[in-house]
Design a protein. Structure first.
Length: 194
């Protein structure tokens, strides 16, 4: 796939790709495989939502069957690979591939608090500690003998959606990338004429 950019689109797209490179440097990056509301938050560290996260990978090398004159982000999820070209997103899984026009795709980028019980991320912003089993007032529930304090960090979340079926969510320990990724995405989208 060959691209010949017009006007300021080349610089805007390069900045967008560079922001994905910054995201790739995060201490940890996950795919959110499942997200569910919690009925009894007391049993889930006081959290309102529970999620299942799995490792994912970001690359800038195209799969063997593709060639291009530009560098693009390649997002490897468990069941699919998204290749973020300037005009379309290629969706590739084990048995088929398809393309979705960029104007039909939305990227939602935001920060949110996350109760971490697995790792101590080096690049995340620490917010506070919370008891694993808290009372409604935040004090420890004394019925639990090994009630430990868990750290809450501010993480980055990126949702990629389209009416055609893309529904992926990325979680990163590096919340500081949110502004850069959001600004570069908006600048790039504003430079494109569809």
């Amino acid at each position: 796939m060959q691209y010949d950019f017009q006007d300021d689109m080349e610089g805007a797209f390069k900045d967008y790709v560079d922001s994905w490179k910054e995201l790739k440097k995060s201490y940890k990056i996950w795919q959110i495989a499942k997200l569910a509301n919690v009925k009894n938050s007391k049993k889930m560290y006081g959290a309102e939502q529970a999620l299942a996260r799995e490792k994912m990978r970001i690359s800038f090398r195209l799969p063997w069957f593709l060639k291009s004159n530009i560098e693009v982000p390649v997002l490897y999820f468990k069941k699919a690979t998204l290749i973020l070209f300037p005009d379309k997103i290629l969706v590739v899984n084990k048995i088929k591939a398809g393309a979705i026009n960029q104007e039909q795709v939305t990227l939602k980028i935001y920060e949110d608090a996350f109760i971490e019980h697995e790792i101590k991320p080096k690049d995340a912003e620490f917010i506070k500690y919370q008891w694993e089993h808290p009372n409604k007032d935040g004090d420890p529930d004394k019925r639990f003998q090994n009630n430990r304090q868990l750290p809450i960090y501010k993480y980055a979340f990126i949702e990629i959606n389209s009416p055609e079926g893309i529904n992926e969510m990325i979680m990163s320990t590096n919340n500081k990338i949110c502004n850069r990724l959001s600004e570069s995405y908006n600048a790039y989208r504003n430079s494109v004429t569809y």
